[in-house]
Design a protein around this ligand. Structure first.
Ligand code: C2E
Ligand code: CA
Ligand code: CA
Ligand code: CA
Length: 278
């Protein structure tokens, strides 16, 4: 933040000072919000292709700023990554997810895996994977009920630190999803080297369906996932036409507004309860 504040002085653009002040403002607000625990998680359901049965959830962080309304994670996560605050915030998010799983377990619900987005900065600490495993075990939750989502860009830029920790999590039964697949410059070698269990096809690949060229790319990704023994989730499914198409093309799971918006914990629990009732 110091460097940025300095930069605002030397650059002769009036907008820059405002932008730097905006960042400082969000940094201070984030620090306070982390301390006050102003964050909650919503849970977006994920469904099995074909049967459309509930298969799990993705936890998505929500920040309700008192007196100022909701801030989108698309706005504050990048800010938290720039300032390093994603590390304490990410820990808070993982703790909340573990607590939620424990609560649902205590309520006697038949649990399904919850995926949590993890930032590459969280892996900078070589003890992160062990910390996370201890966390779930301390909550009496099976590691198999947790999945981490990591973007391909993140996996590539911090490979030496990320790889052994993903392997550690994987060995303990934690699922590992490769997020936003199709948006980076993914090398096929990387796919083979990473200890992943799931590919998540970015919405930008699902959106143009049923356009044939988009279909060809999605199909190729599905074949690749299949031959590597990975699940493949189509993200951002908004229309039935797209859902039918990704199912036809070989995706194993679907996620998107067509099936469900992200849900508050109580609504997610209700869905789990109706699932276990048959
Ligand atoms: P993401 O991981 O790709 O998450 C999917 C985003 O797509 C979510 O936005 C979700 O609400 C939205 N979405 C789901 N279905 C649909 C659909 O059918 N149509 C459209 N248009 N959008 C859909 P959200 O919740 O705003 O999160 C945005 C991004 O913020 C996430 O992208 C992720 O990169 C980041 N993020 C969210 N929660 C966390 C978190 O707990 N930790 C970290 N590190 N990042 C997070
Ligand atoms: Ca994600
Ligand atoms: Ca994604
Ligand atoms: Ca994304």
């Amino acid at each position: 933040a110091k460097a940025l504040a300095g930069a605002a002085v030397v650059v002769y653009q009036p907008g820059m000072a405002t932008a730097a002040r905006g960042l400082l403002d969000i940094e201070q607000a984030l620090a306070w919000a982390i301390e006050q625990q102003e964050f909650q998680l919503d849970y977006q359901p994920k469904y099995t292709a074909g049967t459309r049965q509930l298969a799990g959830f993705e936890a998505l962080v929500r920040w309700q700023r008192p007196g100022r309304g909701r801030v989108s994670p698309a706005d504050f996560i990048p800010a938290a990554e720039r300032t390093g605050q994603i590390v304490p915030l990410g820990a808070l998010i993982l703790r909340q997810a573990a607590q939620q799983l424990r609560t649902w377990q205590q309520q006697g619900l038949a649990l399904l895996p919850v995926a949590v987005n993890v930032s590459p900065l969280q892996f900078e600490d070589a003890g992160f994977a062990d910390w996370l495993l201890n966390l779930v075990l301390a909550h009496g939750v099976s590691p198999a009920l947790l999945e981490v989502e990591i973007t391909e860009t993140a996996a590539m830029t911090h490979m030496d630190r990320v790889l052994p920790q993903l392997a550690r999590l994987r060995d303990a039964g934690v699922g590992v999803a490769f997020d936003d697949f199709g948006t980076g410059q993914s090398s096929l070698t990387l796919l083979r080297r990473l200890p992943i269990t799931t590919l998540k096809l970015d919405r930008s690949m699902v959106d143009p369906l049923p356009e044939p060229s988009a279909g060809a790319v999605v199909h190729a990704a599905c074949v690749l996932a299949g031959s590597l023994g990975l699940a493949i989730v189509a993200e951002g499914v908004e229309r039935e036409e797209q859902a039918a198409e990704v199912e036809r093309l070989g995706c194993t799971h679907l996620q998107g507004w067509l099936l469900s918006r992200p849900l508050a914990p109580e609504a997610a629990a209700a869905l789990l309860a109706s699932g276990s009732a048959g």
